[in-house]
Design a protein. Structure first.
Ligand SMILES: N[C@@H](CCC(=O)N[C@@H](CS)C(=O)NCC(=O)O)C(=O)O
Length: 205
């Protein structure tokens, strides 16, 4: 059985959703209750996934590990489509996520309000340009994964929930909003959110 270390509302929510989608049983563990979490994840970041004796780190690597282990509509076996799916996961994890991380970083700074507002708006501009790329990609398909949603669609939906934490205007196109709504309403997504509000426990897929 998998053990997933998470922080509430963090990117680890996407890992939990994908575990549910793949039909796995998972124990989720709030990292705030783990003493010496840095012995599990040297950077202190979530997600961290335990698969028996193996500890896996880095959200993108964990996604690809899980998707490669079984057949799933979230990960095509066609080499080109699979390469596109990996590119999309990296776009989410290494481009969109860090763009949002800047918002969290700026918000945490003890600087004057005007400087903070300018910095937050600049960070929001770059996030908006990334969501515009997503909107362009969605002109022919409902999901970045094509007809079926992908791990990337789930990751982006988790990041979009961070908009509410910052006093900036994040602009989402209509097709992007439809995608986010569809993913948010998945039973796996709803269950993952509910699980995070409960104490550490084992959750069936
Ligand atoms: N490169 C890492 C970064 C993950 C990351 O930034 N995680 C955030 C939450 S979204 C985190 O754990 N921040 C520290 C904290 O919450 O204490 C990955 O992709 O797994």
């Amino acid at each position: 059985m998998y053990q997933l270390y998470y922080s509430p509302n963090a990117c680890s929510l996407a890992t939990q959703v994908v575990l549910h989608e793949l039909g796995h049983k998972v124990e989720i563990i709030d990292k705030r209750g783990v003493t010496n979490f840095n012995e599990i994840s040297a950077t202190g970041a979530v997600p961290a996934l335990k698969d028996n004796d193996a500890v896996l780190l880095e959200g993108a690597a964990i996604m690809i590990y899980l998707l490669e282990k079984q057949t799933t509509p979230m990960f095509s076996s066609n080499p080109i489509e699979r390469a596109q799916a990996i590119e999309d996961i990296m776009f989410a994890n290494a481009t969109m996520h860090p763009a949002y991380s800047k918002l969290f970083f700026i918000s945490s700074l003890d600087i004057d309000d005007t400087a903070k507002k300018i910095a937050l708006n600049a960070a929001a501009d770059s996030i908006n340009s990334l969501w515009n790329i997503v909107e362009q990609r969605l002109q022919e398909n409902d999901f970045l994964g094509g007809d079926h949603y992908s791990a990337t669609d789930i990751m982006l939906t988790v990041y979009s929930r961070w908009n509410q934490f910052h006093p900036v205007d994040i602009l989402l196109g209509e097709r992007t909003r439809n995608l986010l709504e569809h993913i948010s309403n998945l039973a796996s997504f709803q269950r993952a959110i509910a699980n995070e509000t409960k104490q550490s426990a084992i959750y069936e897929a």
